[in-house]
Design a binder for this molecule. Structure first.
Ligand code: ADP
Ligand code: MG
Length: 613
């Protein structure tokens, strides 16, 4: 048989390798920024246009490259950073594979201008799809500038796979954050479509965090410092009260390299146990310095995962260090440990006629109540009014027919209410009780219903939001004193995108500037104290698109709002509230599934029961 094996031509091999290295514009940004850092730059400029699809440029003032190096840098496995396999065990640089530039040049139009400090004249080089278009001398300042245009120009499948500019920009900005946080001493500038997004001078870590996340970040930070034989830990954690619905502010760096480690993340979460509400995540910026020989950063092509020699020890050290910091900065003792159970105010669902919602502080919430038990089960207490006000201003009465005919629901196709054939069955609902602060149990003629209280309430709120969101005049309550809420630039950008839709649901916005948003009005069903948390939740949902893209923006936001505002597992409901919830649920158009398509209740018929005996 004739020989059939051939070596792939370089440009094909490069394209294949590129598939691993370059997933999206943000990967290019990461590689270029890291090269600039490895080159010892003290100032780095990042310029991006249209989600990085048309331009990504990184300009540094690092060591630059000679004429020959400039050409060689685009060869695969060409690197100045390691020479032998042993070097892999004492890595001090970000890069080492010598693949990035070759890969990028295989799938884009790349132009480089570079000059070492001591040279008079620099090199200008242009490559498109691994083909050198020209290489000539040029006048250029010390350092290197690389621009990448028309990413994936020769791989349409990849190009089409890219998300909207907004989404790609977010990935790029995430990458920028990681690099900027890993190197506070390096100055960074970041421009998007011609305007400056970040201008971060060389600074210390605290200043850098504030530069990235806004001035409000400062008050959240608690320093963390520990040195042991295996690891040196430094950085900050956010105070527990600033725990967020999103994981946006969780950063681990190992030897100044951003990494993801669910295992070590767990160590921190464990240290926060009992201090934060379930469903929220602590923020942290932790820097681990370990012996490069004790880690293996080679297990992932994009190098965000690291293998440690002794993960268990690290876990224990991190957990106790974080705990220590929480205690030392009197974060822990400052909170209230004792709570008189007699002061608990149960929910009430009475007096629904009140027109003006009151601002309520969740004064009964005690994060330490039963802190030894699983946090997810932690009972939460709210004041009476919090629950009541969810309904204030909404005209529909319990049991009254609500006209939803003009609305469309995602669950239109799902039918089959248990009461379909027996309309007056519900009238027999008279007794209810609450089970495990999670279910409301009620009897109906045919047997017994066990209702998930959170999902039921989500359904009720969702349908009300949809109704109001689609009516021209959303019901909004003006705040006497507008709220000023801080956000990151990223979040402000996202808020701007959904502002109109939020308006339709009853939010009234004042000014949106770089770091904060003025809120002048909120939907009637919301209390002022909920606003920050609810917006946080909305942004998280928006970002992660957890509520799906199927329907209108209003539909998505209504779902998200209902999730944020609904009562939760652990909330205690008094008799009236339980009854009202049941009635409200069965006044809904759809009663069987939550807005997120989860079953709301189960029925146990008398038959089922007798069969057990
Ligand atoms: P790696 O970073 O893994 O070595 P790259 O393909 O990213 O591989 O870069 C190849 C080589 O090009 C680097 O080893 C370095 O010598 C050189 N290089 C790349 N970017 C720069 C830069 N901004 N300044 C100076 N040298 C650079
Ligand atoms: Mg590199």
């Amino acid at each position: 048989m004739a020989d059939i094996i051939k070596l792939l031509p370089d440009h094909v091999a490069n394209q294949i390798a590129a598939g691993e290295v370059v997933q999206r514009p943000a990967s290019v940004v990461k590689e270029l920024l890291e090269n600039a850092i490895d080159a010892g730059a003290s100032t780095i400029k990042l310029i991006v246009k249209e989600g990085g699809k048309t331009l990504i440029q990184v300009v540094d003032d690092g060591i630059g490259m000679s004429v020959t190096d400039a050409r060689l840098s685009f060869e695969r496995h060409a690197t100045s950073k390691i020479q032998s396999a042993e070097d892999l065990f004492k890595l001090g640089t970000k890069g080492f594979r010598g693949e990035a530039l070759a890969s990028i040049a295989a799938i884009a139009h790349v132009e480089m201008q570079t000059k070492p400090e001591q040279d008079e004249i620099g090199t200008h080089l242009k490559i498109e799809g691994s083909k050198i278009i020209f290489q000539e001398t040029c006048a250029t300042p010390k350092g290197t500038s690389i621009s990448v245009k028309h990413l994936f120009f020769n791989i349409p499948a990849r190009r089409n796979f890219l998300k909207s500019n907004q989404v790609e920009l977010r990935h790029i900005t995430d990458e920028f954050h990681r690099v900027a946080l890993a190197h506070p001493q390096i100055a960074f500038q970041y421009y998007y479509n011609g305007s400056e997004l970040f201008n971060l001078p060389s600074s210390n870590l605290r200043q850098r965090i504030v530069g990235v996340f806004g001035t409000r970040a400062n008050q959240k930070l608690v320093p963390v410092e520990e040195e042991t034989q295996v690891v040196k830990i430094s950085g900050f954690i956010n105070k527990p009260e600033f725990a967020k619905k999103s994981r946006g502010e969780q950063f681990f760096f190992v030897n100044n390299r951003f990494i993801k480690s669910p295992y070590l993340n767990h160590a921190i979460v464990a240290a926060f146990e009992g201090l934060i509400k379930s469903g929220t995540h602590p923020g942290y910026f932790l820097y681990l310095d370990v012996d490069p020989g004790s880690i293996d950063i080679n297990i992932h092509p994009t190098k965000t995962e690291v293998k440690f020699d002794d993960e268990h020890t690290l876990y224990a050290i991190i957990r106790s260090t974080v705990k220590h910091s929480l205690g030392q900065f009197s974060v822990v003792p400052a909170l209230d440990f004792e709570q008189d159970q007699n002061l608990e105010v149960p929910y009430s669902y009475t007096n629904k006629g009140a027109e003006i919602p009151k601002v309520e502080v969740d004064s009964a919430y005690n994060p330490f109540a039963e802190s030894k038990s699983n946090t997810a089960q932690m009972p939460r207490k709210k004041s009476t009014k919090g629950w009541e006000s969810l309904y204030v201003g909404l005209e529909s009465k319990v049991g009254q027919d609500v006209d939803f005919s003009s609305l469309s629901f995602e669950s239109e196709t799902i039918t089959g209410s248990v009461f379909e054939n027996d309309e007056d069955e519900l009238l027999s609902v008279s007794t209810t009780f609450q089970l495990h602060r999670k279910y409301v149990v009620t009897t109906v003629r045919s047997g017994m219903l066990i209702i998930d209280q959170g999902r039921a309430h989500q359904r009720v709120l969702y349908e009300r939001f949809l109704k109001h969101g689609t009516s021209a005049d959303a019901v909004s309550q003006q705040l006497l004193f507008p709220l000023e809420l801080s956000f990151t630039k990223n979040e402000i950008g996202e808020l701007a995108l959904i502002k109109e839709d939020l308006h339709a649901l009853g939010f009234a916005f004042g000014e949106l500037n770089d770091e904060s948003v003025q809120i002048k009005g909120v939907p009637v069903s919301m209390t002022e104290t909920d606003v920050a948390q609810v917006l946080d939740q909305l942004l998280t949902d928006f970002r992660e698109q957890t509520v799906g893209e199927s329907f209108s923006q209003t539909d998505r936001l209504s779902k998200s709002l209902s999730k944020a505002l609904a009562i939760k597992t652990g909330d205690q409901l008094d008799q009236d509230s339980q009854l009202a919830l049941v009635n409200d649920l069965f006044a809904c158009k759809e009663t069987t599934v939550s807005p997120f398509n989860k079953r709301i209740y189960i029925t146990i018929t008398e038959n089922d029961i007798s069969n057990k005996f």
